[in-house]
Design a protein around this ligand. Sequence first.
Ligand SMILES: [Zn+2]
Length: 115
Amino acid sequence: MARAPFTLDDLPARLRALVQLCPAKGCWLWIGSTSGTGRGGGYGRVKWQGVTQAAHKVVWLVSGGRLLRAGEQLDHTCTVRRCCNPAHLSPLFQKRNMKLAYSRRRAAFTAEAAE
Ligand SMILES: [Zn+2]
């Protein structure tokens, strides 16, 4: 039997209070603190089990996502950094993730230039 999909309301209350559903894309937007606006910024941060860490990673693990291997990161398939929806996250090796981010940026830039 398939496991019921993990929903927002399955989140522990402390995390649930910091996540807001974006109905347009189904993103779970993190409304708690973030890593700021600099390089590598814009990701949700939360103190969980005594360690301050990436909010989307915490949600991923809490929702039953598998442990990440060394060098793996969670890619946001929706490209929304603050999103924590486990259905929008997929583990990826860092190199591949950077390549993807680059091609997405490039695509966005090309689209802008064409306007
Ligand atoms: Zn999303």
